[in-house]
Design a protein around this ligand. Sequence first.
Ligand code: SF4
Length: 311
Amino acid sequence: MDSSIEDGVQPVGRTPADAEAATVSSSAAEPVGERAAMAPTSLSPSRASDFMQCPLLYRFRVIDRLPEKPSEAATRGTLVHAVLERLFDAPATERTAPRAKALIPGQWDRLRETRPEVTELFADDPDGERLARWLGEAERLVERWFTLEDPSRLEPAERELFVEAELDSGLRLRGIIDRVDVAPTGEVRIVDYKTGKAPRAEYAEGALFQMKFYALVVWRLKRVVPRRLQLVYLGSGDVLTYDPVMADLERVERKLLALWEAIERATESGEWRPRPTKLCGWCDHQAHCPEFGGTPPPYPLPVRAPESDAR
Ligand code: SF4
């Protein structure tokens, strides 16, 4: 799962790589800067992707912890994930599409209770038409899952598993894995649901980054290289799999260490460059972004003077 609670950030839903809005859970009415700023202490796939996409976006999310508005797409992703997770509470023979769809209203109620800010999505929908369409789309995504996997034949070892591991360098990696399957042979499969569409082949590597990240964490924790990484795209009805080898995990570890060094340098210097791309269209922080005529809030952490100036 790309939603994670790392670095004090609680995304509501999936990532831009899902072709959905990356949305952080917080009230749109919450004033900027109300939550205490903090230095990064660990890395998750979502936040690593943020830094690779745009260092300034990473700063806004992890250090300034600026609020972001929930989006329909990301909130629907959260809802569908909750339904797929809860369905496994039922006996195997009762894990049917009608049963799964019947879980949607209750999980939507629960989401509104735990994240009251999502109700603002439909505040201007007095007759409930848009909400009905939105729930209908959630139903279609849940139904499509049954064309891709058969939950009556699955007994997940873990669902929504929070994982955390420390590398030899001291870097802490963390995240939440949607589902872990363990075969009788002990082979491990890591599964992640995406409510967006599968990426084109040339972008598959980016999509697999998150899965290799999780594979690295599992390897560190259990000393077992997962046999298979599986991305289930409910938006397009595709399943993307990859069977990692040790060299993949060593590569992703080197990449994450380099990324973390860059994050530490930026944290100390206070230099967080904006990197505009077409994904800026999904970004909630244009009003604070110099690329869009905005001004970032004052940097809230101590800044270390460059060494040459310090002498
Ligand atoms: S608008 Fe674009 S460049 Fe600016 S912070 Fe957001 S992602 Fe970065």
